[in-house]
Design a protein around this ligand. Structure first.
Ligand SMILES: O=C(O)CCC(=O)C(=O)O
Length: 236
């Protein structure tokens, strides 16, 4: 399969999506296509969290996995990072997110929308420690799930310094709900964390082969996630 061709057919070509600013590494979004509104899931206890189910359909997921494989993104490791220009696949994913209004409006017009990406490869049963993303990243973090479902656990952070710095004092003073909340992430789902969900809540994935979420049993397999973020200026 000509993967590049296939990806462009699925998501549109770079030419029609972007004007490239050649003086900086930034990519200016000048999308002419009309915005498309989407249905997202939210969780009352976790303001700022938006879960876009099936954001990428099966064909789009396959195309992205094919591109990850073709470019040998992981090499010998299980994590890969990209800074600046994220490559056509992720730039198109960013445009997809932009077009569908996933980010809150005060973040949706920043340029570039994202300039840092992490690809994570999880073997069956592997997870990631519960954490709040580092302060050097702006608000508005997006996580795409591929290949396998898993349970992501959200819990109020035990170290709210970053949240206080961001002005979330009121929430900090309130008694935080100590309960953790499990979210099922399925292949093709895109999770967006902003505001309290990004600064006041940790997210993590427990190490286990099988998740039980409510009545649902998830037998995990190999999973890939792609996290998109925007670096803040160094002196901010
Ligand atoms: O794999 C995921 O779904 C989460 C990834 C993540 O939180 C991270 O890379 O910081």
């Amino acid at each position: 399969m000509d993967c590049q061709q296939d990806w462009q057919t699925l998501f549109g070509s770079d030419d029609e999506d972007y004007d490239m600013d050649t003086t900086t590494t930034a990519t200016t979004l000048t999308r002419s296509k009309e915005f498309v509104d989407i249905q997202v899931e939210t969780i009352e206890q976790i303001p700022g969290l938006r879960l876009w189910r099936n954001a990428l359909d099966h064909t789009q997921q396959i195309a992205l996995i094919q591109a990850i494989t073709d470019h040998n993104i992981f090499g010998q490791g299980n994590q890969a990072m990209r800074f600046g220009q994220l490559g056509p696949e992720l730039e198109n994913l960013a445009t997809w997110i932009y077009d569908h209004h996933l980010l809150p409006s005060h973040l949706s017009h920043r340029v570039p929308l994202f300039d840092q990406a992490i690809y994570n490869f999880y073997n069956k049963g592997e997870g990631i420690i519960s954490h709040v993303d580092l302060a050097k990243f702006d608000d508005g973090i997006v996580i795409l799930s591929l290949l396998s479902s898993c349970c992501m656990t959200m819990k109020p952070t035990t170290n709210p310094q970053q949240a206080i710095h961001q002005g979330y004092l009121q929430q900090q003073e309130q008694e935080l709900d100590e309960r953790s909340i499990d979210i099922i992430l399925r292949p093709g789902d895109v999770l967006m964390l902003s505001g309290p969900s990004r600064y006041l809540w940790e997210h993590g994935i427990a190490e286990r082969d099988i998740d039980l979420v409510g009545e649902e049993i998830i037998v995990r397999g190999t999973r890939i996630s792609v996290t998109l973020r925007k670096l803040l200026p160094i002196d901010s």
